[in-house]
Design a protein around this ligand. Structure first.
Ligand SMILES: [Mg+2]
Length: 335
C-alpha cells in the first residue's frame, strides 16, 4: 500500500519517531539496547548505589508554549539533574515520557531532541528508554534521571543541626525575574539584563560539579525549586530544626540587583519565586574550609546566608539588625 501523504511537519508514527528521533540519543548506552527491548538494564558501579528522581513539566505551567523547543528540553533534563546533584550523585542516564498534542509538529520534536543531544554531551549521560504517547493537551513531558554515588553517602534533607551554617550556590531570583520579563511585567531593564534573566528561567544550571563534592561535607542538602524560604522550610522540617537567613546575604546577580533597585517589591520573587535550581545546604562551621574548597574546585560560587537554629525559632528571614522581615510584607504566600 502506498504511504499516506503527511502534511508538512505532521507527526510520523510512534516507531518512526523512536527510530529517527530517540534511538540516536541512546546509541552510546549499552544499558538502552538501542531502545529495541522492553526495559533498560543498569548496574551501579561496585560499592555504589543508585539515586532516582522524576519531574514532569507541563506547557503553560512550567514552560511557556512558545519557549524554544531546545530550551524546553534543557529545562526538563536540568531540573532533574539538579535533584541528582543536590543529593551528591553523578548523573548516568535518563528515561523520557513525552505526551504530544495535536499541535505538536515534527520540527518541534526534532529541535527538542537536538536540545537533549547537546545536554547529553554536556553532562555525560544518555537516554536509556521511555515512552511516547498522544494527549488532547497540554503538552506534557516527564523525565526520570538516574545517578549514582558511593553507598551510604546520599545527602538528605534531614541532617542539619542547630549551629550549622546555611549556604546556597549561585544566585537567587534570576529565574523568577526572567519569567516576569517574559510576561512583560518588569520595569525598565537593559536588553543584556533581560536576556540574562530569561536564560536563567528557561535554562537552569544544575550544579553537577558541586553536588558530589559536598558528600561528607554538607549535613543536609536540597535544590531550590519552590523558593529559598520554602525549600529551607523543607530542609528544616526534615531536620527538626529552625533557621535564620539574612536578606542582605542572599546572592543576587548584577541583573537581579539592578531589577530590584528599580522595583523593591521584586524582593518577594528573590525569596519566594522559585525555579532557581541552586543547591541549598547546611554544614557545621568547622567544615567551612571544606565548603570553600568544594566551591573552588567546582567553579561554582557558594554564599553563606545564615544558620540553623533550634526548631522553636521557626524559619526566619531577617534584616541586617537581626529583625525578622515579615514574609507577608514581601507578598509571600506560602506562610
Ligand atoms: Mg528538589
Amino acid at each position: 500500500m502506498a504511504p499516506v501523504e503527511k502534511a508538512k511537519g505532521a507527526l510520523p508514527g510512534e516507531f518512526t519517531l523512536i527510530e529517527e528521533i530517540f534511538a540516536p540519543l541512546a546509541s552510546d548506552a549499552p544499558e538502552a539496547f538501542a531502545l529495541k527491548d522492553d526495559a533498560a538494564l543498569y548496574r551501579a558501579s561496585e560499592g555504589y548505589e543508585t539515586v532516582l528522581t522524576v519531574d514532569a513539566i507541563v506547557a503553560g505551567v512550567h514552560f511557556l508554549p512558545d519557549d524554544p523547543p531546545e530550551s524546553v528540553a534543557r529545562k526538563l533534563l536540568r531540573v532533574n539533574l539538579s535533584d541528582i546533584a543536590a543529593k551528591g550523585a553523578t548523573p548516568k542516564g535518563y528515561l523520557l515520557v513525552t505526551a504530544w498534542t495535536d499541535d505538536t509538529c515534527f520540527d518541534w520534536i526534532k529541535r527538542f531532541a537536538a536540545g537533549l543531544a547537546e545536554d547529553q554531551e554536556r553532562y555525560g549521560i544518555s537516554l536509556w528508554g521511555g515512552d511516547t504517547v498522544r494527549t488532547s493537551g497540554p503538552l506534557t513531558l516527564s523525565l526520570t534521571a538516574i545517578g549514582e554515588l558511593p553507598q551510604g553517602t546520599m545527602l538528605l534533607r534531614g541532617g542539619a543541626h542547630p549551629g550549622d551554617d546555611i549556604y546556597v550556590s549561585g544566585t537567587l531570583g534570576d529565574a523568577a525575574l526572567g519569567l516576569e520579563v517574559l510576561r512583560t511585567r518588569l520595569g525598565e531593564l537593559s536588553r543584556e539584563d533581560a536576556v540574562h534573566l530569561v536564560r536563567r528561567y528557561r535554562e537552569p544550571e544544575p550544579r553537577c560539579s558541586l553536588g558530589p563534592r559536598l558528600r561528607g561535607v554538607a549535613s543536609a542538602s536540597l535544590d531550590v525549586s519552590d523558593g529559598v524560604v520554602a525549600d529551607l522550610g523543607h530542609l528544616c522540617g526534615q531536620s527538626g530544626t529552625g533557621a535564620r537567613i539574612e536578606m542582605d546575604r542572599l546572592p543576587l546577580s548584577d541583573a537581579a540587583r539592578r531589577a530590584v533597585e528599580g522595583q523593591p517589591e521584586l524582593l518577594q520573587l528573590i525569596v519566594g519565586g522559585g525555579d532557581d535550581y541552586e543547591i541549598l545546604f547546611a554544614a557545621p562551621p568547622e567544615r567551612a574550609r571544606q565548603v570553600a574548597a568544594a566551591a573552588a574546585e567546582a567553579s561554582v560560587s557558594v554564599t553563606r546566608i545564615g544558620e540553623v537554629r533550634e526548631s522553636g525559632e521557626g524559619v526566619r528571614l531577617v534584616d541586617r539588625a537581626g529583625q525578622p522581615i515579615p514574609l507577608k510584607q514581601l507578598g509571600y504566600r506560602h506562610f
